[in-house]
Design a protein around this ligand. Structure first.
Ligand code: GLP
Length: 271
């Protein structure tokens, strides 16, 4: 059985711990590459933020060296700030163009990001859900995690069955993301995000956690109860979820040694 095939048919959440941010990000990039090689028309769910940056850099290198193409790939981003024009330098659309899309051969008509400027936002959310459905759903969703356990912009206490909607951000998230805004810039405090129910419908999920500051959220996600207080913990119920961590992000895990061991066994017997 090939590695991707094995991933597709497994059930418990796979926890992969690697020494460095680069190795964890390369793992995620390889994971995405395998999916695209198997299915050149794959539908990818994409994320923004710092956690996915090295993964995008590695994907760009793979494209530039001719290893892979994004020509027929469809993408849906998790979220977007309400009130920023798409070309605003702090919009997630701008981030995606700068960090990935401008450097690969993706067809821009295959790129979807929630419409968040001068819209009927409720309609925009409904349209986003129907576009995902029209494309047959998401094959692989890439995620980061907030220090408060959020995925996308699904803040703590979000319904575990929520769909794409307008969400008010917590002060914790606003403060964490203020590093992306200049002092004189207005930072939005509301956004459109795919819901937790929407994310959970992806066929496969890979979440990247990097750095000591993520270690508590990561421990709550993997070892805590499944709870809307840590939205990421819902991945424990997903049939094909992989959490890839650098050592620092894994440093609060009680069963750290066990995850290292189970991954060794997985590689030995399943690949
Ligand atoms: C942001 C984004 C999420 C991201 C998370 C972690 O607010 N909405 O999609 O995964 O928070 O961000 P970072 O990777 O920058 O720590």
């Amino acid at each position: 059985m090939g590695r991707w095939q094995a991933v597709k048919t497994r059930n418990p959440m796979r926890v992969v711990i690697l020494p460095t941010e680069q190795e964890a990000s390369d793992f995620a990039a390889d994971f995405i590459e395998k999916l695209i090689i198997e299915n050149e028309n794959a539908v990818l769910g994409l994320a923004t933020g710092s956690s996915v940056l090295l993964t995008y850099e590695t994907l760009i290198k793979k494209y530039q060296s001719g290893e892979m193409s994004f020509k027929n790939i469809i993408t849906f981003n998790l979220d977007e700030y309400i009130g920023l024009k798409p070309n605003h330098t702090k919009s997630y659309r701008h981030y995606m163009n700068q960090k990935l899309f401008d450097h690969i051969d993706i067809d821009t008509k295959n790129v979807f990001i929630p419409e968040c400027f001068n819209q009927d936002y409720e309609l925009s959310c409904e349209n986003y859900e129907s576009k995902i459905r029209q494309h047959g759903g998401i094959d692989l969703q890439l995620l980061g995690i907030g220090t408060n356990g959020h995925i996308g912009f699904n803040e703590p206490t979000s319904s575990l069955k929520s769909r794409t909607r307008v969400k008010t951000l917590t002060q914790n998230t606003i403060t964490n993301n203020s590093r992306f805004f200049e002092n004189n810039e207005v930072q939005p405090s509301i956004a459109i995000t795919m819901g937790i129910g929407t994310i959970m419908e992806a066929q496969n999920i890979i979440l990247i956690g990097l750095g000591k500051h993520k270690s508590k959220a990561v421990a709550d996600l993997i070892e805590g109860p499944v709870s809307s207080f840590c939205p990421g913990s819902v991945l424990q119920n997903h049939r094909n979820a992989v959490v890839v961590l650098d050592n620092l992000a894994a440093s609060n895990l009680k069963l750290y040694d066990y995850y290292i061991h189970t991954e060794k066994m997985y590689l030995k017997y399943m690949c």
